[in-house]
Design a protein around this ligand. Sequence first.
Ligand code: FES
Length: 153
Amino acid sequence: EGVTTLQLKVNGVSRTLQAEPRVTLLDALREYLDLTGTKKGCDHGQCGACTVHVDGRRINACLTLAVMHQGKEITTIEGLNKGEQLHPMQEAFIKHDGFQCGYCTPGQIMSGVACVQEGHATSDGQTREWMSGNLCRCGAYPNIVAAVREVAG
Ligand code: FES
């Protein structure tokens, strides 16, 4: 199978990679662009560890091909902070102990940001529903919801 040139705009930077057209967005980020903050849990759309934003909306990067996202704005966990300044959702996760082992955390944070931005954090129940695709094997859910609640104000 042939290798093709892909151009992806990730965290505001245009990146070029050579890969097979079937490469997932998740593998493009992790394996080709060294952006390993986005995690691979199940690789089948069932855990949310791979959550990133495309044009401001969250998606599971394991379920979609990189080639489909050329010309779009892709944001990963590495793109949330501004220099030393953490994103308010990152601050809130620290304040409320929104993680234990930390493996699901980048996906949780990306989902949490989208939850607030897209207006789904109007109650804890709504937040839980919106975040239900992001699994946490440590069971930090109450603290994750508390972090989202704080950012939603
Ligand atoms: Fe994509 Fe689990 S790695 S949903």
